[in-house]
Design a protein around this ligand. Sequence first.
Ligand code: SIN
Length: 279
Amino acid sequence: MNVVITNLTDHTGAEVHGTDLATAIDPETRARLNEAFVDRSVLVIRGRALSPHQMLDAVRMFGDVFPQHNTRFALPDCPEIHYISNQDKFPDGRRYIPGEGWHTDHSNDVRPPKATILHAVTLPSTGGDTQFANMAAAYDALSEAVQERLRRLIAIHVYQSSHSARRLMALPSAAKERVPNAVLHPIIRTHPDSGRRSIYINPIRIEGILGLDHKEALPLLDELLAHATAPRFHYRHKWEPGDLVMWDNRCLLHKANGDYDMNEVRYLYRVMLKGSVPI
Ligand code: SIN
């Protein structure tokens, strides 16, 4: 395959042309894509529309599928694939925009997913970008004293933090049994493949920091989030039809933007890949 991989910013993102994910990818190309993923944290594979089953077959070259917590978004004929849509409403009638606000996916799991993959199906005519912030670059930019202090801190992650302004869609009762009440993860984690340290925080999931009261923990988390999401650490993805975008939850925060005309539909397929215990 004549695959061309181009960097999108100095620190994050690589764009891939010349693959057809609806066909078998040769081992050499697979290895290049996996390497680029570890190195660049966001892979943007430009291509054509895939069916849910084609997407599922394609993403298996990167890992095993992680069962998402909220099963209400599963596609009936291909439940490993979920959807992201701006057409769903909360029970009180308010519109639900999935993924708004900086976060990393499913950090309330003992083994959070290493990657999330979206495939564009229907896009608004303008807006609806996905933004990414590189947590390894943000960690590197901290002073050594702050890095050392943060390396000693452990955060408590829950399904929905009581401190978060962003509300999540409630879990169906069957799913509640599978989702842990609370898990502990280090605030600084080391990437299992690159060996780089990165900040691992999540405003919608972190309930507190072990050994610190809220008066100390919450301002610390706010300050860290402000540092980590500074524009110099960003890659902003403008969606094109057929895009498949895979990002590394171990070293990025991301957010969706609900900045477009809500009479237009934004609909993407979503799948996650299994990860390991953060250390
Ligand atoms: C997500 O947070 O998984 C969704 C991001 C998006 O819709 O852009």
